[in-house]
Structures are given as C-alpha cells and as structure tokens.
Design a protein around this ligand. Structure first.
Ligand code: ADP
Ligand code: ASP
Ligand code: MG
Length: 411
C-alpha cells in the first residue's frame, strides 16, 4: 500500500462536474488500497477574480488582507471535493492550511513553508479517510493566514509529500506532462518522459508555469518523487528525476522556456569608475526590487551604458529609483522598455556540447530577430528580444534544436 499526494489544479476543479470527476478518480485510487492526500487549487479564474475585487478597493491591497481573501478560493474546493467523495461512500475530511497547520513565515503573498504538522493527517489516514487539503495557503506563527505566491498549490502538494514521506507526489493538470515547450505556443512540442530536477528548476524559473519553482526546489531538496499528469486522460506523464542518464540519445537541450514578465532599464553615459555598478543597483535592491539580467558595456570616452531587467510589476518603481541615481551620479539619460520577452534554452546536455549558444543565435538571425541581451549558465542560455517576436523565436528554436514532434505522412 502506497501513500500518494495528488494535487489537482484550477482547471481540473473548475466546475462542479469536474470536481465530481476528480472524486471518481480519487475513489478508484482509494479502492486500489492506497492512502490518499489530495491538495486542490481554487476553481480556475477564482483567484484572479478575488484579486480583481481587492484592486477595486485599492491598487495595492494590504498584503495581509489580500491573503485572507484569496485563500477563500481553495476553501471552497476542499469542501466541494470532500462532499463529492462522501457522497460516493468514500470517507473524507477537508482541512485549510491553518487546520493542518502548515506553518509559514510572515511574508504575505509569497510566504515560505517552514513546517508541517502531520499528526492530524496521519490519524485520518489511519482511520481510512481521504484527506483533502487546501493548496496555496498556510498560517504564520501569529495565526495570520498567508499564501505562497501564484501557482502555490504545487508547493503545498510537494511539501506535504515531503512531510509525510509519501511514495509519490502527482501533479494533475490540463496537459499530460512536461513538454519541450508550452504546447499552447508550439503545437509540435513533445511530452518528456523524464526531466531532471535541475532542468525543471531552470524551466520553471525561466517562465514555464507548469510547476511552481518552489515546488521543484522542495522536491529536489527532499527527494520527493514528482510526476506531472493529465487529470482526465490516462498516461505516464512526466517524471521529475534526480538521475542524469548519459545516453547516446540525450538531446542537447531538453526544453525552451519563455516569459513576458520582465522589463528592461538602461542608464546611459555613466562615469566608468569603480563602484558604479553598486551605485546603480544598490538603491534598486534597497527598494526591494529583484534584478534578473545585467549587461554593462565596455566603456568609451570614460563612460559606459548599464542595462538590467526587473519584473514588469516593479518597472515604474525601478524607473523612479534609477532616474534619481542618474541625477546623483551625473549619467546622461535613463531609458526603459516593457515590450521585451526572454527566451531560454535549457538542458544538461549542454555541458558536453560546444556551440549551443551560437546555434541558438544562428536560428534567431535566420528569422532576423535582434538579440538585446544574453545570459548563460551551465545548463541554459537566455536572450532578451522584442516581445512581438516571442512566438516566432520559440518556434524557430524548437525546430533548430530538433525538438519538433515527427509529423505523420500526409500532414
Ligand atoms: P494548473 O491550474 O493545473 O496548476 P497551470 O496553468 O498552472 O495548471 O499549468 C499548466 C499549463 O502550463 C499548461 O496548460 C501549459 O499551457 C503551461 N505550460 C507552460 N510550459 C509548459 C511546458 N513546458 N510543458 C507543459 N505545460 C506547460
Ligand atoms: N489558486 C492559486 C493561483 O491561482 C494557487 C494555485 O492555483 O496553485 O495562483
Ligand atoms: Mg499551476
């Protein structure tokens, strides 16, 4: 008998009919003899609806109160799923994050899980009940409700699996696994049987929202067997694994990630003297703004240009801070651009292959897509391009790295 944590995402519990279907699925697993803990998201669209409501009161809602509100979405689905299970003769009980006691820090809207009390859940499982836990939420040491950031139910699922030493954590969603890239953008994308934690972590942090980054971090850290599957179609899904098999057929890159979440800022004509990067980025970090990519040009005429990217939500704030810095250090001007996109190729196979970056640049050049910024690490190469070329770039790279699914004759 195995202990399995199953997480169902928003579209999988998006209607009462789907919740009933999920209940049928859980019932089958239960009848197979497994102990089941289910984690659910809010019904699809519900979290956005709640955030919109809050924004009608205030453009920047008080984080604590926002958490009190957005956590209600998951409270509805745990109750509905438990009812649907009980209706089918499957004993079930629902718990909010507070009731389980998923203890987090107090960083509202992006809290981190510190500890999970597994006593109640274990007692329920022992008594033969399916335990249904609200994803995305926890409670801090003062009893305040917290949430884990968008997509946070994945993290609840993996953290519970780690705490309970579950045999597997299954993430059920609206695609049948992790693909070489978002199948909604590239129809020729292919499902991967396996992907390493390291690659999945890069994919998630570079924009593939199929798994929340923290859930992958957790799974890697606690070695939780993690699988992504379709909620309503049978199939093996994708296993996220530790081992990096060396096989003849290992592709150079495993996937392509992209995001439209960033904006670019450039400060021009900066005096080229020691300490200048700190003078520029110090105030940005003091304003609590995270910087992603950074490029500093070679100086000429004793001045240089300095460019970096931030999350689009932080753009206005960053622009204000940078303009202030520019006047203090005597820089020539500040310019910004929000219409950018970042495209990244990811793969552990890159370690053993030369020329991956140039192959990427060649594919983009063929489509006359201009590269604005570049950054690399051991297993990824990212470029910033104009947003309007995003889809073209992803498709071109998918083809250039031979990731396209073979087309059948006549197609
Ligand atoms: P859920 O509500 O179940 O958590 P999400 O919308 O968060 O589902 O994640 C699933 C979506 O992730 C898919 O519908 C797909 O469009 C998107 N996605 C992005 N990149 C990938 C990828 N590489 N493989 C699979 N899906 C991806
Ligand atoms: N309901 C939350 C969100 O939409 C958490 C989740 O679905 O994982 O972000
Ligand atoms: Mg999700």
């Amino acid at each position: 008998m195995a202990l399995i944590v199953q997480k169902f995402g928003g579209t999988s519990v998006g209607t009462v009919e789907r919740i009933e279907q999920v209940a049928e699925k859980v019932k089958k697993f239960r009848e197979g003899g497994d102990d089941i803990v289910v984690v659910v998201s809010a019904m699809s669209g519900e979290t956005n609806r709640l955030i919109d409501l809050a924004k009608q009161i205030s453009e920047q809602p008080v984080p604590r109160e926002l958490d009190v509100m957005v956590s209600t979405g998951e409270q509805v689905t745990i109750a509905l799923l438990s009812m649907a299970l009980i209706k089918r003769g499957v004993p079930a009980v629902s718990y909010t994050g507070n009731q389980v006691r998923i203890l987090t820090d107090s960083a509202h809207n992006k809290a981190r899980i510190l500890q999970i009390d597994d006593h109640k859940i274990r007692a329920d499982l022992k008594a033969g009940r399916v335990v249904v836990v609200a994803g995305f939420q926890g409670v801090d040491e003062h009893g305040n409700i917290t949430t884990l950031g968008r997509g946070g139910s994945d993290t609840t699922g993996v953290a519970l699996a780690a705490a309970l030493k579950a045999d597997e954590c299954q993430i059920y969603t609206d695609v049948d696994g992790v693909y070489t890239t978002d199948p909604r953008v590239v129809p020729q994308a292919q499902r991967l049987d396996k992907i390493t934690f390291e690659e999945m972590l890069e994919m998630a942090s570079l924009g593939s929202k199929v798994l929340q980054i923290r859930s992958v971090e957790f799974a890697g850290k606690y070695n939780v067997p993690l699988r992504v599957l379709h909620s309503f179609q049978e199939g093996p899904g994708t296993l996220i694994t530790l081992d990096e098999e060396e096989s003849m057929e290992q592709p150079i890159i495993s996937g392509i990630a992209f995001n439209r979440d960033e904006a670019k800022l450039t400060i021009r004509g900066v005096p080229d003297i020691p300490g200048v990067a700190f003078k520029i980025l110090g105030p940005i970090s003091a304003a609590n703004i995270e910087v992603d990519m950074i490029v500093q040009n070679v100086a000429h005429d004793n001045t240089t240009d300095f460019t970096f990217t931030v999350h689009r939500n932080d753009y206005q704030n960053a622009l204000r801070v940078l303009e202030q810095t520019a006047s203090e250090i005597g820089a020539r001007e500040v310019i910004g651009d929000t219409k950018i996109a970042k495209v990244s190729i990811v793969g552990v196979g890159m370690r053993s292959h030369a020329g991956v970056a140039s192959r990427m640049f060649e594919a983009l050049a063929k489509e006359t897509i201009n590269i604005q910024m570049i950054s690399t690490s051991e297993i990824k190469v990212s470029v910033v391009i104009e947003e309007k070329y995003l889809e073209l770039a992803v498709r071109a790279l998918h083809t250039a790295f031979e990731l396209d699914a073979p087309t059948r004759q006549g197609e």
